[in-house]
Write a protein of this length. Structure first.
Length: 217
């Protein structure tokens, strides 16, 4: 499959956010990744999932939602990684950039969120229902989206490790707020980071099917 790789700076407000774009030839959609607490666009797990999505004909955008200066602050205080409002506004700005600049062409947009990035993805989806066609959460904290959960109109798949009991409970509570638009699936034998053999591949496979199904409608 022919692929186009590039690194760009996406302007959002006063920030320039570095992003890695991977675009297969004629993608069926493009998926924007929101990484989790203390991670970056180089997260090996998200990179692995992105490559699997590329193999299924989806473009991917791995982006740092904090500037280098903000990252330095967050490394000391760990406060910005939980600033869901900031992260969600950055994601929404990138969704707008993708919709206007169309680096992948005129294709539907999906959001993939891990950990706190899942909450940011859901808040962004609630404010961009006309532009976001599907959301997938991996080991996420959708509960941190709080009142935005009831406003989500985008098909959302919540994937949680079977051994990640506390996060399963938090996802069940979030699902109750979201209603029928959401679906919770548990990956047997997986802990929070899906480090067990074959578990991350299951995440990538289920995410790919979710995105190709809902973004092709």
């Amino acid at each position: 499959m022919d692929e186009q790789r590039s690194t760009v700076a996406i302007p959002v407000g006063d920030a320039q956010l570095p992003a890695d774009l991977m675009l297969p030839d004629q993608p069926v959609g493009v998926v924007l990744f929101a990484h989790g607490s203390g991670s970056s666009r180089h997260s090996p797990r998200n990179v692995a999932v992105a490559r699997a999505l590329n193999d299924q004909g989806l473009g991917t955008v791995l982006v740092d939602l904090l500037t280098p200066t903000e990252d330095e602050v967050d490394a000391r205080t760990a406060e910005l990684r939980f600033d869901i409002g900031l992260l969600a506004s950055r994601l929404a700005g990138i969704v707008d950039w993708l919709a206007v600049q169309r680096p992948a062409g005129d294709v539907p947009i999906g959001l993939f969120g891990a950990s706190t990035g899942a909450a940011a993805a859901l808040v962004a989806a609630s404010s961009r229902a006309d532009r976001v066609g599907a959301v997938v959460s991996r080991g996420g904290r959708p509960d941190l989206a709080e009142e935005a959960l009831a406003q989500v109109r985008t098909p959302t798949l919540l994937l949680v490790g079977g051994l990640d009991e506390e996060v399963i409970t938090l996802n069940e509570r979030a699902l109750a707020e979201m209603g029928a638009i959401g679906e919770l699936r548990v990956i047997p034998g997986a802990t929070h980071l899906f480090e067990e053999p074959g578990t991350l591949e299951q995440v990538a496979d289920q995410a790919g099917t979710w995105f190709t199904t809902h973004l092709s409608r």
